[in-house]
Design a protein around this ligand. Sequence first.
Ligand code: DGP
Length: 208
Amino acid sequence: MSRGAFILLEGCDRTGKSTQAQMLVDRLTQLGHRAILWKFPDRTTGIGHMINGYLAKHQDLNDQAIHLLFSANRWEAVEQLANHLRSGTHLVVDRYAYSGVAFSAAKGLDLEWCKQPDVGLLKPDLTFFLDMPIQASMQRGGFGEERYEKEELQTRVRDLFLKLREPDWKVVDATETIDQIHEKLTKAAQETIQTVASRELQYGLWAS
Ligand code: DGP
């Protein structure tokens, strides 16, 4: 049986990741695939509740502790993610370990230290980086409500994403129209679905 593809959308806040991720799931489903959306942080778990309290500024935690909670929130999902992929379901994932490192390193933590807790996680088969100038994303609705939605921090986060960028990432201009972006994502996702169908699952994120 063909395995599912792990398709990741990364980017700074308000770059349209969640909209595009949902559209991609809907499109793949219409095309006859089994596809589900998976969002990190997953705020529904016990760890996710702590993360949500932190992001909504109800609870303070030191930078190291919250970093490890975000990572634990990915690790607690790893078997479920792998089972979906093995059963042939495609995963469209909204944020992952790259966000984990970019946001924590932007606050001043050491980049290599930040990567360590996520070493060995499942590797995405396809990563889109939705990129746009921070000034433009700040003008989008809702910016400024949560903890990290500040211009200076987002600028550092963007630089760090570009530093973490892998050679096979697809950098997408997030200022294009929703439909233009959607078409690009769909095309690349379909290609990846074909290519990885008979491949083993890839563990070993950031493992040497
Ligand atoms: P979202 O639900 O996608 O809007 O993400 C909430 C906020 O949390 C957003 O500002 C990005 C940040 N974030 C997402 N994942 C991580 C992570 O793993 N570590 C840290 N420090 N921040 C993250």
